[in-house]
Design a protein around this ligand. Structure first.
Ligand code: HEC
Length: 153
């Protein structure tokens, strides 16, 4: 059988290029939105609680560092103990719970750890009272800091 290429495929190429450009623009604006919304949230949090302790200080003062490792990258076969590794968490946090973006997921994980218990772990290991020990602003900034892979430690 002779499968000759149709002569008018120029139009098809243009259409595919347009569709690809559109998808790329959607992706670019989505990423921009994620970055800007995290930064706006951080600025707002600082304004609301000028006395907020810095995230790096909370990380050790609250005992997070005893259970979580920020630099070890979490993978399916190597999640970390007693709590999950947190390196590269920005890449997976948005996909944990439908309808929760990465920042929302991390904040919920801090104030209500049993709301979503990661596969391979049991509930009630992580302290349940962090919302009483940190202000809302501190939790907001701590969550953003955990997601920030260029964080100052
Ligand atoms: C006593 C150990 C322990 C301490 C202390 C602890 N965690 Fe956890 N954390 C866990 C365990 C176990 C899990 C997994 C089970 C679950 O989801 O509750 C977890 C899950 C998480 C998750 C979700 C991780 C993922 O991959 O989805 C986040 C985010 C988190 N912890 C942040 C914190 C922060 C921030 C602190 C300090 C304010 C903290 N944790 C203190 C044990 C701990």
């Amino acid at each position: 059988m002779n499968r000759s290429i149709p002569k008018d495929n120029g139009m098809t190429v243009v259409l595919i290029a347009c569709a690809l450009t559109f998808v790329l623009m959607l992706l670019a604006s989505w990423f921009t939105y994620q970055v800007i919304s995290a930064d706006v949230a951080r600025q707002a949090a600082i304004a609301l609680d000028p006395n907020a302790r810095p995230p790096a200080e909370l990380w050790t003062a609250m005992g997070c560092s005893a259970c979580h490792d920020l630099s070890e990258v979490q993978s399916a076969g190597n999640k970390g103990q007693p709590g999950p590794y947190m390196g590269g968490l920005d890449a997976v946090a948005a996909d944990r719970v439908a309808g929760e973006n990465a920042l929302a997921y991390i904040k919920t994980s801090i104030v209500d750890p049993n709301a979503y218990v990661l596969d391979g772990y049991v509930a009630n290991i992580m302290p349940q009272n962090f919302s009483e020990k940190m202000s809302a602003s501190e939790i907001e900034m701590l969550a953003a800091w955990i997601l920030d892979q260029n964080r100052e430690q």
